[in-house]
Each structure stands twice: as C-alpha cells, then as structure tokens.
Design a protein. Structure first.
Length: 197
C-alpha cells in the first residue's frame, strides 16, 4: 500500500512539474506589472526559467530512464499548448476564444525578451501591437524549442553524471580486487603444516 502511495506521489509530482510552465508564465505576467521588479524580471526571467526547466530534466531522468519518453512527457503540456495556439491563430477572428489565446502563450511568455527580436527580421519593425500570424507562430516555436533544449540538457547532463559515477565505482572495485592481502589464509596454512612436521 505504501509503495502505491509513493508511486502515485511521484507521478503527481511529475505532472505538477510538467504543468509548471503555465504557473510560471502566469506569475511572470503578474510580476511584469510591478514597477521596478517588472523591468528587471523581463530580462532575468528567460534565464531563470531555462535553468529551472533544465533542473526539471534532471528530475525526470531519475524517474524515466528512456530519453525520448522523458523529453516527450516533460514537455507534453508545452507542446499541447503550442498546437492549440497554432490552431487558434488560424481561426477566423469571430471564432477565437480570448482565454485560450492567453493561456496557450503562458508557457513561453517568459521568453518574450528573446523572442520579440524575431519581429525585426520577419516584420521589418518592432511594433508589438500588430504582427502577422507567421511571426506569432515563430515566436512561440522559439520559446518551445528553448524549453525542450533546456530540458534535454538537464536530462543528458544527469545521464552523463550517473555514467561517470558508475565508471568511478567500477574502477574502485577493480582496484580493490587487484590489491593482494598482506596476510592470507594460504600463508597461515603453510606455516601450520611446516610446524606440524
């Protein structure tokens, strides 16, 4: 019973981590409204979120050993939001649901300081008010790619670290096996047989 509870708790934690970009995006949006902190947070958030998402990759490594499965599970919410966002963009204006448009951008909104620069080559201007559908999708796609890359870096860093630790342990065990004992049973047996004669 206790093992089932632990397993359920671990799965719940992984689900919470997978959903966390939405929560982080919401708090990012709230914090940008604050007078002084908001300006600092706009430029600090991308790096903070990437570091956090890399750490999430290390957590998923300890629970899910297949890389493709861990990366897909860890980023499933982000990918789903991106698909819904793309679908929303191409809907006619009267059919768009405003709340969906806002929620689907929450996961990648902390990267706005990085992704907004895509508007310059794509649009030829830095006007945030009016942008094409292509630019909207590209900015979202870059945010999603950044999250997947950060997650993968964290995952493979942990995998490599575990492999190094296993190699070191194996070398230490080999060294211990190679060491000849100073006193062995064989010598004691030889001494006792010679004294008996």
């Amino acid at each position: 019973m206790e093992n089932n509870y632990d397993d359920l708790r671990e799965k719940g934690m992984l689900v919470l981590l997978a959903v966390s970009p939405i929560i982080i995006g919401f708090f990012y949006w709230v914090m940008t409204a604050l007078p002084v902190i908001g300006k600092i947070w706009i430029y600090a958030a991308p790096f903070t979120v990437l570091y956090f998402w890399g750490w999430v990759g290390t957590v998923f490594f300890t629970r899910v050993k297949k890389a493709w499965k861990a990366i897909l599970l860890g980023n499933c919410v982000v990918l789903l939001l991106f698909i819904i966002f793309c679908f929303q963009v191409f809907l006619p204006e009267m059919n768009k649901v405003a709340i969906f448009a806002q929620i689907t951008q929450l996961a990648t909104i902390p990267f706005l300081a990085i992704t907004m620069w895509l508007q310059l080559p794509l649009e030829g201007k830095m006007d945030m008010e009016v942008v094409s559908n292509t630019t909207l999708i590209c900015t979202q796609a870059v945010g999603v790619v950044l999250l997947i890359v950060a997650f993968s870096v964290g995952y493979f860093y942990s995998k490599r670290k575990e492999q190094k630790e296993a190699l070191v342990e194996e070398q230490q065990e080999d060294e211990l096996e190679d060491i000849e004992p100073i006193f062995s049973d064989k010598i004691e047996e030889d001494d006792s047989s010679s004294s008996a004669t």
